[in-house]
Design a protein around this ligand. Structure first.
Ligand SMILES: Nc1ncnc2c1ncn2[C@@H]1O[C@H](COP(=O)(O)OP(=O)(O)OP(=O)(O)O)[C@@H](O)[C@H]1O
Ligand SMILES: O=C(O)c1ccc[n+]([C@@H]2O[C@H](COP(=O)([O-])O)[C@@H](O)[C@H]2O)c1
Length: 220
């Protein structure tokens, strides 16, 4: 009898800057899904949004500071090291190649990202490479009752959604799973705006990240 492999969480983001909304999402999915690890992949030049406010190496350093105390959080620098736009389908293709066909991979994201999935490059190919795990996010509908979901996405949800966490262990990819998490109404945008107004975002992100922002005069 073969032993089931614990899934690996893949968590991409602009992280401009990383905050407790990201860290709680990663921690709660790590625990609830019993993931082997969560791999943080800061985006170099992310598609579908304006150029980030600070450089990719600075965003990478902030993620490093935020996760270094957690041995199950791993920093993956591959997208930051690439020139040009990075598409998630390409990153997942590389990870699948490195980890082999049996290893379950879970692409982690908030509900806001999930609702925009049909605008991603080659999005339907994502399901051949990984499961998609969606965490609730304040201000965005839960996918089970998202009336405004694009038709193509609703179709994927109907055929792929599973409510048993075991489904993420029995196949290496292809399911959609939703997880409620502690609702934290924190965004990188609101942190950048506070800093620009001269207000402190303390307690919305790790002190080490705030110290880094202040030492390097970022977002001012
Ligand atoms: N407070 C939060 N709760 C749940 N998910 C979140 C939260 N903040 C970010 N995420 C998720 O983390 C991932 C990376 O998000 P991102 O780096 O764009 O952060 P953000 O706060 O949404 O940034 P911005 O305000 O600049 O758009 C996305 O999948 C997003 O849905
Ligand atoms: O591959 C795509 O087309 C694509 C389009 C939009 C977003 N993404 C990825 O989704 C992750 C979160 O994006 P963001 O903009 O919320 O930081 C990040 O890893 C992006 O590279 C990927």
């Amino acid at each position: 009898m073969s032993t089931l492999l614990a899934p690996i969480g893949i968590f991409g983001g602009t992280f401009d800057p990383v905050h407790f909304g990201h860290l709680r999402l990663a921690q709660e999915l790590l625990t609830e899904l019993a993931l082997k690890e969560v791999r943080f992949i800061p985006a170099g030049r992310p598609p579908h949004r304006a150029e980030p406010a600070v450089s990719s190496s600075q965003r990478l350093e902030m993620v490093q500071l935020a996760i270094e105390a957690n041995s199950r959080f791993v920093l993956d620098e591959r997208e930051v090291r690439k020139d040009g736009l990075c598409y998630t389908v390409d990153t997942l293709g590389e990870l699948r190649h490195e980890m082999g066909p049996e290893q379950p991979l879970c692409l982690l994201m908030g509900a806001d990202q999930f609702l925009g999935l049909p605008s991603w490059h080659n999005w339907q190919a994502l399901f051949a490479l990984a499961h998609v795990v969606v965490a609730h996010r304040p201000g965005f509908p839960q996918i089970s009752w998202a009336d405004n979901m694009p038709d193509a996405l609703q179709k994927e949800v109907i055929s792929r959604q599973r409510t048993e966490v075991n489904a993420l262990y029995t196949l290496p990819s292809g399911h959609i799973y939703t997880q409620p998490i502690t609702p934290l109404d924190i965004s990188a945008t609101s942190i950048r705006n506070s800093l620009q107004r001269g207000q402190s975002p303390r307690y919305l992100l790790p002190d080490a990240v705030l110290d880094y922002i202040q030492t390097n005069n970022l977002y001012m």
